[in-house]
Design a binder for this molecule. Sequence first.
Ligand code: PMP
Length: 288
Amino acid sequence: MKIYLDGKFVDQADAKISVFDHGLLYGDGVFEGIRLYGGNVFRLEEHLERLEMSAKAILMDLPWSRKEISDATCETCRQNGLTDGYIRLVVTRGVGDLGLSPWLCPKPSIFIIAAKIALYPAEHYTSGLTICTVPTRRINPAALPPTVKSLNYLNNILAKIEAKQSGCLEAIMLNDQGYVAECTGDNLFVVRKGEILTPSASQGALKGITRDAIFDIAAEIGVPMREANLTRYDVWCADECFLTGTAAEVIPVVKLDGRVIGNGKPGAITARVLEAFRRRVLVEGTRI
Ligand code: PMP
């Protein structure tokens, strides 16, 4: 596997960063998870825009143009002969002396991995996922905005551990007011009376690129959709529930905290969304 690292393609074994990189020392950096479908990078521009906003939010100047990062991303796919896969694009604060201050790091580092991913076993896309609510709360947006896709994922990792300990592959994280924020690595949606509802970023959700696509898909298939404050009650009493993410795509949820959602089977609107999503990813994107 060839990795793009600071302007060069290197073998996986040689793709190394310094122990003094603040991305490693402090989680100081930003990243994107991006998907490649049939030779098209899905919503690459949107991912790069979010990366730029994440970098801006942590006061990190990206010394590369959007075009340079875009070209490097596509080239990484080509170098690895990939037409379908998952791309991990990471920008770290770079190498600096010990100490939190970002000004200790003269230049950021960038690396891009293009590989394969299968987040959930295939059968869950037809039978639906069983999820739970975990005790770890989503970090307060006033402490660290969840809209910033940063290298600080411990909040989500703690929740992921709790999900696993409860025998679930994914879990709902509530915000500190008890509203549903999102899942550990996916956005959450419910369907109620023919309408799709999803928590807003101010409730602690990452503005997912897949989530954005769901707004477009809802308009395409004629299903009303809006942001809403959701409690666990809204999920328990929903007709349908599904999650989205770059790695997860669109996956139905049929049980939360031991309670059956709707009729316990993936819902009809979820199926239409999933079908429209699978159509869309093949035609929408940047050709590598
Ligand atoms: N929430 C969190 C916490 C995530 O890490 C992700 C990405 N894995 C998502 C939501 C989904 O975002 P996207 O659709 O951009 O992958």
